[in-house]
Write a protein that binds this ligand. Structure first.
Ligand code: FES
Length: 264
């Protein structure tokens, strides 16, 4: 969750009126969590270095201009942070609206339904309406859209990559948070994934030369699948059989990722 807590001198700051003391080097997001305050997030996770790409975790800091990402902002002695102002809430809702505007609206039939951080965050920020919509969503979305823009700037979603026998990659559901890319690098040290392109054209790729999961350097460790906050990278067993009622997690010395198995 943002920058992992470092062992440093104690720093006391105020978050939403609560005094919090954490070690120097701790991120504002983690300090808030220590105080029991949850800040919405998508690109941050507990076991990855902070990246600051999704902009959902923005906060206000007294005396500082703009709205910095709490996951990449280290605490400072005497800092006063506000995480729930109207301005912040409006920004977060706008960010989520843009994510959802370019995301398939097939939640009820998605294998990640009810196990999707994008879904959770949309609820957490109070998103109830989407004013912009990708062309592929138009037939589904017409009944609730307030405004149907032409969407001409939106590219068509790329097809699924089902080459790997263990997982499926669906680019249409990707929010390019890079958690999978960082998990591949930081957890597994494989560097099989990268991000190609810029702006609206940016996408997670298995490499320009191969561009399929099976032909890439991927070792099928599952670190990317576990890191994905949406249904973009999904275990084939979950797609076929549904979410396990009970999961068994084992960690062996081979890769250290921790494998999940469906329990009978
Ligand atoms: Fe901080 Fe994504 S969680 S920018």
């Amino acid at each position: 969750m943002g920058t992992p807590t470092k062992q440093g001198a104690p720093i006391t700051l105020t978050i939403d009126g609560f005094a919090v003391t954490v070690p120097e080097g701790t991120s504002v997001m983690r300090a808030a969590a220590e105080a029991g305050l949850q800040i919405p997030k998508l690109c941050a996770s507990d076991n990855l270095e902070a990246f600051g790409s999704c902009r959902l975790c923005v906060v206000e800091i007294e005396g500082r201009r703009g709205t910095p990402a709490s996951c990449t902002t280290p605490v400072v002695e005497g800092m006063v942070v506000r995480t729930q102002t109207q301005h912040i809430k409006k920004i977060r809702k706008g960010v989520m609206e843009l994510y959802i505007s370019d995301h398939p609206l097939d939640c009820l039939t998605c294998a990640a339904n009810n196990d999707c951080e994008l879904q959770d965050m949309a609820g957490m920020v109070g998103l109830r309406d989407v004013r912009y919509i990708a062309p592929a969503n138009a037939p589904l979305a017409n009944h609730f859209m307030r405004q149907n823009t032409s969407g001409e700037a939106n590219p068509q979603w790329l097809p699924k990559d089902e080459t790997n026998p263990y997982f499926t990659y669906d680019p249409a559901k990707c929010i390019v948070c890079s958690r999978c890319v960082r998990a591949c690098e930081e957890v597994q040290g494989t560097f099989a994934l990268t991000i190609e392109g810029r702006g609206f054209d940016s996408r997670v790729s298995f490499g320009a030369k191969t561009d399929t999961a099976l032909a890439s350097d991927c070792v099928s460790c599952g670190a990317c699948v576990q890191a994905c906050p949406t249904g973009t990278l999904q275990e084939n067993s979950v797609i076929e059989l549904g979410t396990p009622e009970r999961a068994v997690v084992t960690t062996c010395a081979y890769c250290g990722v921790g494998c999940s198995f469906k329990a009978e």
